[in-house]
Design a binder for this molecule. Structure first.
Ligand code: C5P
Length: 220
């Protein structure tokens, strides 16, 4: 039996995580945050002292990193090499380096394989969020959403999450990360042709969750 998959892709700060978790909770589905996996890989490589300007070193060291993601949307856990990394993966050090690590094709091969096996194990169905879910990880997903929001709204959301950091600097950092994510050669951030674009700029989280749930109801 193939798993019922809802793919939620989009740029940084578009509200993907809150939306994907909200949809999973509303529909009683599992939840997978693939961004957290790339962050956990980055954390583990920083711990090892891997030179993150060297793609070959990243590809080699990534082989030995063990990442485990929990799929309960009310408590999504993430471990790297047996350590709970839920907090450290949100540090500015990891955020500043994750796009370099995620651009290395072998890292993507390793993590996409792990993501696919997690999806296959979710018998109740799963909401998966990331950048390449509808295009690469789960091209047969039942529902594909591409969530966008204008740059200022995304920066404002991230600034609030970071407890009032500098909004202009946050907007610049998001733009830098989006640029690397969209221009890399290996499965770049892109809207799948059959994805439904939702612009959350002028909507509350509840309203965006409602829109995704309505799409799911149409196909279930
Ligand atoms: O979603 P989040 O901001 O936590 O993702 C962190 C980074 O992980 C992204 O900027 C991107 O470089 C990478 N990523 C990716 N493919 C995914 C999910 C995240 O390349 N499916």
């Amino acid at each position: 039996m193939t798993t019922f998959v809802i793919a939620v892709d989009g740029p940084s700060g578009s509200g993907k995580s809150s939306t994907a978790r909200g949809v999973a909770q509303r529909l009683g589905l599992a939840y997978l945050d693939t961004g957290a996996m790339y962050r956990a890989m980055t954390w583990a490589l920083l711990q090892r002292g891997t030179d993150l300007t060297d793609a070959d070193a990243i590809a080699r060291d990534a082989e030995d990193v063990v990442i485990v993601s929990g799929t309960d949307p009310s408590d999504p856990t993430i471990e790297a090499d047996g350590t709970d990394v839920a907090l450290p993966i949100r540090s500015s050090e990891v955020t500043g380096s994750v796009s370099l690590v995620a651009a290395v094709p072998h890292v993507r091969e390793l993590l996409v394989q792990l993501q696919r096996s997690t999806i296959a194990a979710a018998e109740q169905g799963i909401v998966v969020e990331g950048r390449d879910i509808g295009s690469t990880v789960a091209p047969d997903a039942t529902v594909k959403v591409f969530l966008v929001a204008d740059a200022a709204a995304r920066a404002a959301r991230r600034t609030a999450e970071l407890g009032g950091a500098d909004a202009a600097a946050t907007q610049e950092a998001l733009a830098r990360r989006d640029h690397i994510d969209s221009t890399r050669t290996s499965s770049p951030l892109a809207k799948a042709p059959d994805a439904v674009e939702i612009d959350g700029t002028h909507h509350t989280l509840e309203e965006v969750v409602d829109q995704v749930v309505a799409l799911v109801e149409q196909v279930r």
